[in-house]
Design a protein around this ligand. Structure first.
Ligand SMILES: [Zn+2]
Length: 264
């Protein structure tokens, strides 16, 4: 019973922080303060009363429309709240009531925010990468990532900083050779920032997962929509998807792989 109650709390606070995430997604790229003024309708500018600003509930009660001007509120608002709430519950179920879980929750919130900003603006704000780096730094001291056999220790996390620098250098060299930018600067900073949290093993696994999903989704969808294969690609959403999968299941996968081939 206790576990169900705690899982419910994680879901509840996830919804609330997801609601704040929506504010960040809207305001950060527009360079508006995150705290003032209070929430208002982007269409009619009317201030939103607290009872119309409850996560999930208000959206459903108002039928996804502003109470004043009846203009539709994007489905994105609901999606971000639900995504944050459910990922927070999954974090608790996977990692229990630990410092790792709390840090993971905020990493995931930052992931969701940057994915939606990158999708729209083709840019990952430096402030979000900085926030992720700070969480990684905090995790270095308090939150080891432990599997059944393997543990991601601070050594692995520091090594990831080193491997990030090498990856950045490689991308830089290949970009120079190919005479075009293969991956955005924000993506590389994200890679380095998240590596500090994930450790190099899960960081590289996440990068591979992101690339595979990116290719599997982008090529068919571009062929169907007749969009050029060279059109700009927001890689951020794929990266955070890859990192999330790697964070949740990467250690289990690596342990399974190593034991199957009797390497451990
Ligand atoms: Zn309105």
């Amino acid at each position: 019973m206790f576990e169900v109650f705690i899982a419910f709390l994680f879901g509840f606070f996830g919804l609330c922080f997801g609601s704040f995430g929506n504010v960040v997604i809207y305001r950060l790229p527009r360079k508006i303060s995150l705290l003032k003024p209070g929430s208002h309708c982007p269409n009619c500018k009317k201030k939103i009363k607290w009872y119309d600003n409850l996560p999930l509930l208000s959206y459903l009660l108002l039928g996804g429309k502003c109470r004043n001007c009846k203009k539709g509120i994007g489905i994105r608002y609901l999606l971000v709240e639900l995504l944050t709430g459910s990922l927070w519950v999954v974090s608790y179920l996977l990692f229990g009531l630990t410092s790792l879980t709390f840090i993971t929750c905020f990493v995931l919130l930052a992931f969701i925010i940057l994915a939606f900003i990158d999708l729209k603006y083709f840019e990952i704000p430096d402030s979000i990468n900085l926030f992720l780096a700070l969480l990684g730094l905090l995790a270095l001291f308090v939150a080891p990532l432990e599997g059944k056999i393997l543990t991601i220790s601070y050594k692995s996390r520091l090594l990831s900083l080193f491997s990030s620098l090498i990856l950045i250098l490689l991308f830089y060299i290949f970009s120079r050779l190919a005479k075009k930018e293969l991956i955005g600067g924000g993506d590389l900073k994200l890679l380095a920032a998240v590596g500090l949290f994930l450790g190099w093993e899960l960081q590289i696994l996440g990068l591979i997962i992101a690339s595979v999903i990116g290719v599997l989704v982008e090529i068919p969808s571009r062929l169907i929509s007749k969009k050029s294969l060279k059109a700009r690609l927001p890689f951020g959403p794929y990266l955070v998807l890859g990192f999330t999968i790697s964070l949740f299941f990467g250690l289990k996968f690596i342990e399974w792989y190593l034991s199957t081939f009797q390497l451990i």
